[in-house]
Design a protein around this ligand. Structure first.
Ligand code: ZN
Length: 192
C-alpha cells in the first residue's frame, strides 16, 4: 500500500513531486488514483483532476473507474492546458495519462517544480505490449512509481498485458470491456 509522503514546507516553499500509477487494463489504476485523491481531499488539500478530452467512455467530466467510483474532473485537449488550469491547487491528479501528447512530461515536471504533488494514472503498454505514449518518460521522471496488476482471464495468473480481442490497427481504441482482456505473459504470447 502506497503511503503518502508528507507535504512539508521547506525554506518557505513547498516541495512537490510526481507519482505514477501504471498497469494494464483492469488492474485498478483509476481506483488507486481516486483513493489517493480522496485522502488528499480529506487532508483538506486543494485537488484538481484532469483527463484527456479523448476519453469519453462513461461520462463527460468525471473520472469513473471500473467499480464505478466517481470523482469530478476537467477534460483538456492538450497537456499544456493543465498548467493554466491547475491554478493554486496543491495536488494535481491526471487520469489516462497515456493518451496525452508529448508535452505532458515537461508539464508535470513544471507542476512538481512549482511545489505541487502530481499523481498520474495510465496504461504502461498498449495492446501490442509496446510502451504507451508519454508513460515511459513519466515513469523515469517520477519520484514514485506503482505498477498495479490485473488477473489473467485465461489462467488466473498475475496479468500485465491488455490483450485486444477485436483486431484493430489503431493504438488507441476506446470502449473497453468488450474489446480487451487482461492476460499474463504466457497467455498473451499464445495468441499474438
Ligand atoms: Zn494467463
Amino acid at each position: 500500500m502506497f503511503i503518502e509522503p508528507r507535504m512539508e514546507k521547506k525554506m518557505g516553499h513547498r516541495s512537490g513531486w510526481i507519482e505514477v500509477i501504471c498497469g494494464s487494463m483492469f488492474s485498478g489504476k483509476t481506483e488507486e488514483l481516486i483513493r489517493r485523491l480522496n485522502r488528499a481531499a480529506i487532508a483538506k488539500q486543494q485537488v484538481e483532476i484532469f483527463k484527456p478530452s479523448t476519453d469519453v467512455r462513461y461520462h463527460e467530466e468525471d473520472i469513473v473507474s471500473h467499480n464505478r467510483q466517481r470523482i469530478p474532473s476537467t477534460p483538456v485537449d492538450k497537456a499544456r492546458d493543465i498548467l493554466e488550469l491547475a491554478g493554486v491547487c496543491e495536488v494535481v491528479g491526471i487520469d489516462e495519462a497515456q493518451f496525452f501528447d508529448a508535452d505532458l512530461p515537461a508539464v508535470v515536471n513544471q507542476l512538481a517544480n512549482d511545489g505541487k504533488r502530481v499523481i498520474l494514472a495510465g496504461l504502461d503498454m498498449d495492446s501490442q505490449g509496446r510502451p504507451f505514449g508519454p508513460m515511459p518518460t513519466l515513469m523515469a521522471l517520477a519520484e514514485y512509481v506503482t505498477k498495479v496488476h490485473a488477473i489473467c482471464i485465461q489462467c488466473g495468473e498475475v496479468a500485465h498485458y491488455s490483450y485486444r480481442k477485436v483486431p484493430n490497427e489503431e493504438q488507441v481504441l476506446l470502449g473497453e470491456k468488450d474489446s480487451y482482456e487482461a492476460r499474463c505473459r504466457a497467455c498473451f504470447l499464445a495468441e499474438s
